[in-house]
Design a protein around this ligand. Structure first.
Ligand code: DPP
Ligand code: ZN
Length: 873
């Protein structure tokens, strides 16, 4: 396989203005007839008089040009293309192809999920449906006529508006859809099935009525309320915050069980992994409710950032994804808790994106080459892309940023554009020069900031020396400095923010946060008029996606934890402190934990006034994988031991306070998904976790009672996890009972698999291997694979990285089994192996051997090849 390069981009030689599709749908074989109106692109250089269309796994039945069937000498079919010779400047091309949805295990293109048929076309699935110029800069108006058996497939959906329907004589029916908005092929969708809809409506700001429909299988009708509420909230928010109104008369969501990704923003017809639609308090956890709200919003927001304005090419993926993630993050911050949202977003960024930056798959937010684009739906493109938008929003300030996004929507509506076009709108609306800022799109790697602070009593000056440095990444040995906002505050001895006055500035800023803009590798800042040595609070709100190190004592951290006016930095100080204690314990299992730590923890637990959700975040120990990232060589077993020890010590030392917190935050009344109730459950279950690690008898009794008596899945799962991690008879009984109760609910059963796969118990891998043979396990079901295999490989550091290499062997075997079925899912799994350089020589050798074994397989997919080969480069 060969890479594709951004610098080779050429505009398409032909454009397609209109597409009329007709489907005779049947799982075994579907006939697709396409009528394409093509014309030469005036903006492209003239080629050799042929047109070359993408197409994969299509059986061509017939082909005609301007109404005349073509002779075989006039066209050539190859494995991934159809070339037509000697075409005029403007013509109509008609084709009919045969495809086989029931045999499509890759779940790209048209495929079967349970009893329904559905599509997934992003990024390059449309070419498995018909021959086409399957690239996002070819935007066309579509119609789709769907014909299928009326009993099996009473519901037939596609993009846009339903314009006609009738019954045929043979038991089939026919529905025609038309989408008035030009779109790239990756946004095409169709669904056929025996589905029911939950319906509602939304009145837009300008007074238009939009019909809302969520389609599910009949037994799931009672799990759509939260998704519908979330959709309406998102529609209103986008009007208020970004001035974006919905543009069609109907908006549909379909929940599908077999889905490679989270969801897909097809125009007017979003198709979702059912995990991000279906929820009832007794089947879904707070995390699930939260995921549904933000994914529904995310896909809805794509209607403007992705669909109306799309990407010129796939290197620009972050144009739509980074911006849309930023928008969904802001939505959640507005409708739930801004502080908690920022913390959880930064957690994700640090644990997924920073690790990606430190891996052989490191790439810029705008990658410059790829072998398989499916490998680039990454934390870098999504989460770091969102941070890059966030920095621009913060540099511009809210009003100017809104003017800049208005300009972007006005200037580029209906176009396929680049990240550079986006930044130019930021510049044009603000008058700022963001040329250096553009490096965030071009350079991979996480910048490291080292900050030295000093205080001079004589001059009453606090000085900051700020150094930035970014490690080399594959293909980028040397990095230029970034332009980045560094938000800081200085705390006085009473814990309050001091007025900040830079040397030379005429008047001080008001007390609070000051944003420094960094542009050079080393910069020095002097703050004057400070009566005493302040404690600096740096990178407030995580103002830039960097790794920060600065010289501060444990006492400084305790002080920040207690007083910082910035909630994010209070949390971060606690995390840094816990990280220090834990890494000390890794080095020396006998190392003591200072009393001051337990005191601070106790004070926090007793603080009645504090926000429960934030408190739960502050009191959560850093994850094992995150701790590993902080070490030169990951000490898998040492980290697990240290974290278990500290958890137990907290449980023992703070027993009474933890029990009080547990009791005080119990459920009262029916389940509510409000920030307050979510926070209470989080704190209560965190407390229970500490107590359980301390082998507390009362805690065990409460845990079992919670498992048996809770009416919401959040509390049931929290208790089940603790029982499973503890092991023994109670664990077996709880698992069996859970299975009996929930084996008919696929999404709940996923939880049963993953709670076992993520247990740190020694027998976990053996258990996982047994579960692979469970009648409910299937490699053809991505959610199930993720719940068992990916959960074990990605969320269970101590067992996956067992020193004997059994975890690695298990993973490679699964990759080799999955690759012929579903390369996208297989390739995601390989990513768990590629960070081998972070481990000791023994583990390194074992991991490399497994990657090599994967690469030896003939006929490996491009997806897996790209990740595995880069891993060994
Ligand atoms: N475009 C989708 C999303 O991120 C991914 N398939 O919403
Ligand atoms: Zn997206």
């Amino acid at each position: 396989p060969h890479p594709i390069f951004l610098h080779d981009y050429q505009p398409p030689e032909f454009l397609i203005d209109r597409v009329d599709l007709a489907f005779e749908l049947d799982p075994e074989q579907t006939m697709v007839t396409a009528r394409l109106e093509l014309r030469r692109n005036p903006a492209a250089t003239r080629g050799d008089g042929t047109v070359c269309l993408h197409g994969e796994q299509l059986e061509l039945e017939w082909i005609a040009l301007d109404g005349h069937p073509l002779n075989p000498v006039d066209y050539r079919v190859e494995r991934e293309s159809l070339t037509v010779q000697r075409v005029p400047d403007r013509f109509v091309l008609e084709t009919q192809v045969r495809i086989h949805p029931a045999h499509n295990t890759a779940l790209e293109g048209l495929y079967q999920s349970g009893d329904m048929l559905c599509t997934q076309c992003e990024a390059e699935g449309f070419r498995r449906i018909t021959y086409f110029l399957d690239r996002p800069d070819v935007m066309a108006r579509y119609s789709a006529t769907l014909i299928a058996d009326k009993t099996r497939f009473p519901v037939l959906l596609s993009n846009g508006n339903r314009v006609a329907s009738d019954d045929l004589d043979d038991g089939r029916h026919r529905v025609r859809w038309e989408d008035p908005f030009p779109k790239p092929s990756y946004l095409f969708a169709l669904v056929a099935g025996d589905l029911r809809a939950v319906e509602d409506s939304f009145t837009t700001a300008s007074g238009r009525e939009v019909a809302l429909q969520i389609f599910v299988e009949p037994h799931n009708l009672d799990k759509c309320d939260h998704a519908m509420r979330s959709l309406k909230k998102a529609m209103r928010w986008d009007e208020e915050r970004f001035g974006r109104e919905y543009d069609l008369d109907i908006f549909m969501i379909v929940a599908v069980s077999h889905f490679n990704m989270g969801a897909m923003e097809n125009k007017g017809l979003n198709i979702f992994n059912d995990k991000f639609v279906l929820a009832r308090p007794d089947t879904a956890t707070d995390v699930d409710f939260d995921g549904i709200e933000s994914v529904i919003a995310h896909e809805y927001f794509h209607n403007w950032t992705g669909n109306r304005i799309t990407c010129r090419d796939w290197f620009q993926l972050s144009l739509k994804e980074g911006f849309t993630v930023y928008r969904d993050q802001e939505f959640t911050a507005d409708v739930a808790s801004r502080g908690v949202k920022r913390i959880s977003d930064v957690r994700v960024l640090r644990s997924h994106q920073f690790t990606e930056d430190a891996s052989p798959m490191a790439h810029p937010v705008r990658p410059d080459s790829y072998i398989e684009i499916n490998n680039f739906y990454t934390a870098t493109v999504y989460q770091k892309g969102a941070e890059v938008v966030r920095m621009q929003a913060n540099l511009l300030g809210p009003e100017v940023f809104r003017r800049a996004t208005d300009l972007y929507f006005a200037r580029h509506d209906g176009q396929a554009v680049t990240t550079d076009d986006f930044v130019r709108c930021m510049e044009d609306a603000s008058g700022r020069d963001l040329s250096q800022f553009r490096r965030w799109y071009e350079q991979a790697g996480t910048p490291e900031l080292h900050i030295q602070t000093s205080y001079d009593e004589a001059t009453r000056t606090c000085s900051l020396i700020v150094r930035q440095h970014t490690e080399p990444t594959p293909g980028q040995p040397v990095k230029a400095p970034f332009h980045l906002p560094l938000a800081i505050g200085l705390l006085g001895p009473d814990g309050r923010d001091l007025p900040l006055r830079l040397a030379g500035a005429s008047s001080p800023d008001a007390p609070g946060t000051h944003v420094l803009e960094l542009r050079q590798a080393v910069e020095t800042f002097h703050f004057v008029d400070l009566p005493a040595r302040p404690v600096p609070s740096l990178l407030r709100g995580f103002s830039a996606p960097v790794k920060l190190s600065f010289d501060c004592t444990d006492d400084d951290l305790l002080f920040l934890m207690a007083h910082d006016s910035d909630g994010f930095n209070r949390w971060d100080a606690a995390q840094t402190l816990m990280q220090r204690l834990l890494l000390n314990l890794v080095e020396d299992a006998e190392a003591g934990i200072p009393e001051s730590f337990f005191d601070a923890f106790r004070r926090a637990l007793r603080d009645e006034a504090s926000d429960r959700a934030l408190l739960a975040e502050v009191l959560t120990l850093p994850a094992e994988s995150y701790l590993g990232e902080q070490m030169a060589v990951v000490d898998v077993d040492g980290i697990h031991r240290a974290r278990t020890t500290l958890t137990r010590l907290i449980g023992e030392r703070l027993r009474d306070d933890l029990l009080a917190v547990y009791r005080d935050n119990g459920e009262s009344g029916p389940y509510a998904f409000t920030p307050e109730a979510v926070g209470r459950r989080a704190l209560k279950n965190l407390a229970l976790g500490y107590l359980m690690q301390a082998e507390d008898a009362e805690a065990l009794a409460r845990c079992q009672a919670q498992f048996a008596g809770a009416h919401n899945m959040t509390d049931v799962m929290a208790a089940l996890r603790l029982l499973v991690d503890r092991g023994g008879l109670e664990s077996r009984q709880a698992l069996d009972e859970f299975y009996r109760r929930w084996s008919g609910e696929s999404l709940v059963l996923d939880k049963w698999f993953s709670v076992q796969a993520t247990s740190p118990r020694e027998e976990t891998l053996t258990q996982v291997i047994q579960l692979m043979r469970h009648p409910d396990f299937s490699l053809g079901h991505p959610n199930r694979v993720r719940s068992l295999v990916s959960a074990f490989c990605n969320l269970n550091q101590v067992r996956f990285h067992a020193a004997d290499g059994a975890g690695y062997r298990f993973l490679a075997d699964r990759v080799l089994e999955l690759d012929p079925l579903n390369p996208l899912i297989a390739s995601r799994l390989v990513k768990s192996l590629i960070r081998w350089r972070r481990f000791d020589p023994g583990r390194q050798a074992l991991m490399r051997a497994e990657i090599a074994r994967i690469l030896e397989r003939e006929d490996i997919s491009k997806d897996v090849f790209e990740v595995a080969s880069k891993a060994l480069d």
